[in-house]
Design a protein around this ligand. Structure first.
Ligand code: FEO
Ligand code: CA
Ligand code: CA
Ligand code: CA
Length: 646
């Protein structure tokens, strides 16, 4: 370890760290000033401004890949939380050369994905003080530890390193405040909490709780699970809890699934017996031959009460088990709560859950277990523009003993197989599904699917080898005499659907892209839509994840925004660029829309990029080129303090 690096990392006083943060901001401004020249020249911009049909007037960020991040001129992008930053009051300072699981469990985890801003006090619209709830999806051992590569990490890692990884998974809740210097974490807050895959005890609720297929040697009750895995996106409930989605939980399990009682189930979920993680070498619970039921305890939606640091997270099995990307909640006109979730894998499905009971406003206790009763359905689309929601209910249709389902628990544990039997529509990797607070439509990010064949195309999936992805709108029917979000019947059996845009480069006919006709002239093209959110005017903010394809496309991942109604519909503009080899996650606005939080996930993730020689060291260039890149949450504000996008 270098002395200089060690001194900077472990002994820098708080004031110097603040200086370092400020200098990062200044450096950023300098880069922006340089970068601005590469965006539309002011004269050209002025010439087109009068004819721009978009309602989004911001000047676009440079649409090129750099080692650093870049934001629309006139905005600040401040790094708020980095991997290893203190969360618990007694967390040690980050030392990337001496990571321990004990320290990691008190520090901000790896690969931040979903971000939710929850105002303080609970139930308020406070936009300068609140809790940030952040998912930590997975780990990149080749970027966390010296001497490893992406290819050899699983076989070479030590138990101590594996335990750091397990501790770096999960979730963080941290109190944050906006002051004169921008947003800062509140050190020592009673709310600050790390939830990890290593030690946080979770309760299982709903029909699959206590089922034999959830029981293991360590948990004969089938109701008590240690931790949560691969928390990708999520959602916030109307009663102020957070839902986090367990996505690619299959990656962590070793052993041969074919030798187990759950062989078909494990195969359908992609448990292959050859894990890219080392964990099964050190912990029996990740070896399916020794614990064939352990994977059945993951792949659920987990509910956490961020306002109660003593609360036990609950896995809500009513919402089904698959590779949940997100869990977006909306209250239907009749008061029932609807949760949408995509299953992110090529040819998987979109799901909807509707609670049996109604939401009771201003009474969190009354809604505590609302998600334990209700109906899960899966989407079936036709080429005439109709979407039908097919209920996944034991005993109905093919979901009977004849097909191996003996209870609703079986239907939920084997959600994918149940949906197959109902004839659900295979999609091009459904990532985020989000409801528009203004027009009431539901937006589905279909990130890509390079395995769709020509004979598998339809109006919903019009491109074979869909490399760039697309965005689909679901249109719930409106209640009589009401339109927009208020009247949108998210509980209806039948919706209509439309395609908003086909991503890709509109100047390249081979891409088959489709946007607003002025996108090439006034906007910027995107690839691989992944997460999204809406501002208060109902405009769509899209974040992208091209993976290593960004090396080919030449465009960065980041944040794009577009109108979904009016003359600017589907005219996408580029707002924020991730640093190299990162994907963009977690867009979340404060209620006043003056701050947009985004999560830069896996900066520097590329086949030959390692801790020792990463493709970027963002965001810590001030650490003399010795530290690895650090996944970080960034707070974006306007320099004049105004509303973003106005
Ligand atoms: Fe974790 Fe589907 O992205
Ligand atoms: Ca995602
Ligand atoms: Ca979202
Ligand atoms: Ca993705």
């Amino acid at each position: 370890m270098s002395d200089t690096a060690e001194k900077i990392i472990t002994t820098t006083p708080l004031a110097d760290l603040i200086d370092a943060r400020l200098s990062r901001r200044s450096a950023l401004k300098g880069l922006l000033a340089a970068g601005a020249a590469t965006v539309a020249a002011p004269a050209a911009f002025a010439a087109t401004r009068n004819t721009d049909p978009s309602s989004l007037p911001f000047e676009q960020a440079p649409h090129n890949v750099e080692m650093f991040h870049q934001v629309s001129p006139g905005h600040r992008a401040d790094v708020l939380l980095r991997w290893g930053d203190k969360v618990a009051a007694d967390a040690p300072a980050f030392d990337p050369f001496n990571l321990t699981a004990e320290a990691q469990e008190k520090q901000f985890g790896y690969n931040n994905d979903f971000v939710a801003f929850l105002p303080l006090p609970r139930g308020s619209k406070n936009s300068t003080h609140g809790l940030l709830a952040v998912n930590h999806e997975y780990t990149n051992p080749e970027l966390m530890f010296t001497g490893l590569t992406a290819l050899n990490a699983a076989s070479r890692m030590t138990r101590e390193q594996a335990d750091v990884e397990i501790a770096a998974h999960g979730h963080t809740i941290i109190e944050i405040k906006k002051g004169a210097n921008g947003w800062e974490p509140v050190q020592g807050s009673k709310y600050n909490r790390r939830i990890s895959a290593r030690s946080t005890v979770m309760q299982v609720n709903g029909p699959a709780a206590g089922h034999d297929r959830l029981k293991t040697k360590a948990d004969p009750s089938g109701r008590r699970v240690i931790g949560t895995l691969n928390n990708c996106a999520g959602g916030v409930t109307p009663w102020g809890t957070v839902l986090i989605a367990e996505e690619n939980f299959n990656m962590y399990f070793g052993g041969d699934p074919a030798k187990t009682s759950e062989a078909a189930n494990h195969k359908r979920l992609g448990i292959k017996g050859k894990s890219r993680y080392s964990w099964s070498r050190f912990h029996e619970r990740f070896d399916v031959e020794k614990n064939p039921n352990e994977p059945n305890r993951f792949g659920w939606i987990v509910e956490i009460d961020p306002y109660d640091p003593q609360s036990t997270p609950i896995k809500r099995t009513t919402l089904g088990r698959f590779k949940h990307e997100a869990a977006t909640c909306v209250v239907a006109p009749d008061g029932r709560v609807v949760v949408y979730s995509g299953d992110d894998e090529a040819f998987e499905y979109i799901y909807r859950f509707v609670t049996a009971k109604k939401f009771v406003p201003n009474n969190p206790a009354a809604n505590r277990d609302l998600l334990d009763e209700g109906t899960l359905s899966v989407a079936k689309f036709d080429d005439k523009g109709t979407l039908r929601w097919l209920p996944l209910v034991f005993g109905q249709g093919p979901l009977t003993q004849a097909n191996g389902f003996h209870s609703q628990a079986d239907v939920l544990i084997d959600t994918r197989r149940a949906a197959d039997l109902l004839g659900a529509t295979p999609m091009d990797r459904p990532e985020d599904v989000e409801t528009n607070p203004v027009n009431g439509r539901v937006y589905v990010m279909l990130t890509n699917n390079n395995t769709r064949k020509a004979e598998q195309i339809s109006k919903l999936h019009p491109r074979a080898t869909n490399l760039y992805g697309h965005i689909v709108e679901l249109l719930p029917p409106a209640t009589e005499g009401s339109d927009g979000a208020r009247g949108a019947m998210h509980t209806a059996d039948e919706y209509r659907w439309e395609v908003l845009l086909l991503a890709g480069d509109p100047s390249n006919p081979e891409h088959g892209a489709k946007y607003h006709p002025d996108t090439q002239k006034l906007g910027n093209w995107l690839a691989a839509p992944d997460n999204c959110t809406f501002d208060n005017r109902g405009r769509l903010w899209i974040t992208t994840d091209q993976g290593s394809s960004q090396r080919k496309s030449g465009i960065p991942d980041g944040v794009y925004a577009c109108d979904v109604n009016g003359a600017g519909r589907a005219l996408t503009k580029f707002f924020y660029a991730c640093p190299k080899d990162a994907e963009m996650c977690g867009p979340a606005f404060t209620p006043d829309n003056k701050t947009l939080f985004v999560a830069v996930q896996h900066p520097g993730e590329y086949k030959d990029s390692t801790f020792d020689d990463p493709s970027t060291r963002w965001p810590d260039f001030n650490f003399k080129g010795k530290t690895p890149p650090r996944p970080s949450v960034v707070a974006i504000t306007r320099e004049d303090g105004g509303v973003i996008g106005n």
